[in-house]
Write a protein that binds this ligand. Structure first.
Ligand code: PGA
Ligand code: ZN
Length: 360
């Protein structure tokens, strides 16, 4: 806040908010480090987003239309994190996020309903099995399951209990966040006691899960520095599912460029505060588009109620958002804003989600 109020503020007050890239570049210059280490990415991104909002208000148009133009009509399919493990929960599950994706839903509103019903069905199932139903950081349940696989098993059960067909109506996505259990060049599944695995063995484990469960997307299946592992991971799994890089790319165009040339993934998780300005975030998205890669606009585990990413997702038109489960108001704020946008767009709203290609 000090940096915003005392340093950035005095330099930008009076400037035209329509000059987004000039203002963002001014902040990059003022910061003077390669990673916003001095001013802080949360300070620069806050200002950058406020500038975009001010410009949209000045023009009298919604934020998604300001950032995306007249083509900004595509609503995203949500990746909903309904079961948490890893660093986000105190339980015996090593993998951080187990998400449902309503790939067969006909609209965003329906997709949200599919997800909400599955979330509540899961709660009932966990309760019946004697598991805790308190939620983790992103609003997913954090039961003390015995094995990592059990997470997929109870989710499939929940999808069915809610009246949907796993793989056709609702699929599963994982974010193991493998950097969090990578030690001494191996993957240590410590919380579950499933032992140490090499990158090749871990990829093989994912492959066996893809055969058993309707998994259509894996994010950070390997650790952020395991570039060689990611290349193999993508060559083995990349034709069957979406491979998303989060920690490996950190929304940085330099790393995304390397990933594209090495075929390290086929999609990128996009987080505005990871790179620190709206302009640089749009550059990251453009790189994905050019390479024909997918991209998912994402929240953070520590979030605010600001629904900026809802508008941003529609503006970028990639058709995917990751913003947590169907509880905790900082997650719901984004879903509510997307419902508003879908209603406002009316007949113009589109919902062609890129993961439908993996429907089974
Ligand atoms: P974060 O990551 O805890 O760094 O926000 C969440 C995620 O990987 O989606
Ligand atoms: Zn992640």
């Amino acid at each position: 806040m000090k940096n915003v109020n005392r340093e950035i503020g005095p330099r930008i007050i009076g400037l035209d908010p329509g000059a987004q890239s000039e203002i963002d570049n001014l902040m990059i210059e003022m910061d003077g480090t390669p990673n916003k280490a001095r001013l802080g990415a949360n300070a620069t991104v806050g200002v950058s987003m406020a500038v975009a909002r001010a410009a949209a208000l000045t023009k009298g148009i919604p934020l998604y239309a300001y950032l995306g133009g007249a083509e900004a009509t595509r609503l995203p399919v949500p990746m909903m994190n309904i079961l948490n493990g890893g660093k986000h929960a105190d339980n015996s599950v090593d993998f951080q996020e187990f998400m449902v994706i309503p790939i067969g839903a006909p609209s965003f509103a329906e997709a949200l309903r599919y997800g909400a019903e599955t979330f509540h069905a899961l709660k009932a199932i966990l309760k019946k099995k004697g598991y805790a139903t308190g939620v983790g950081d992103e609003g997913g349940f954090a039961p003390n399951l015995k094995r990592n696989e059990e997470a997929c098993e109870v989710i499939v059960e929940a999808i069915e209990k809610a009246g949907y067909i796993p793989g056709r109506d609702i699929a599963i996505a994982l974010d193991p966040a493998a950097s969090s259990f990578y030690e001494n060049d191996t993957y240590e599944l410590k919380k579950s006691g499933q032992g140490r695995l090499s990158n090749t063995q871990l990829t093989r484990l994912y492959n066996s899960w893809i055969e058993k469960f309707p998994i259509v997307s894996i994010e950070d299946g390997l650790a952020e520095n395991d570039w060689a592992g990611f290349k193999e991971h993508t060559s083995v799994l990349g034709d069957k599912i979406q491979i998303v890089g989060d920690d490996i790319f950190v929304t940085n165009t330099e790393f995304i460029r390397r990933g594209i040339s090495e075929k390290s993934a086929n999609a990128v998780l996009i987080k505005l505060n990871q790179i620190g300005t709206v302009t640089e975030t749009i550059e990251a998205v453009e790189l994905c588009r050019k390479a024909d890669w997918g991209f998912v606009i994402s929240h953070r585990s520590g979030e605010t109620e600001d629904p900026f990413i809802a508008d941003f997702t529609v503006a970028m038109g990639g058709g995917q958002i990751k913003t947590g489960s169907v509880c905790r108001s900082e997650r719901i704020a984004k879903y509510n804003r997307l419902l508003e946008i879908e209603t406002e767009l009316g007949n113009e709203a589109e919902f062609g989600n890129p993961l439908a290609q993996y429907q089974r």
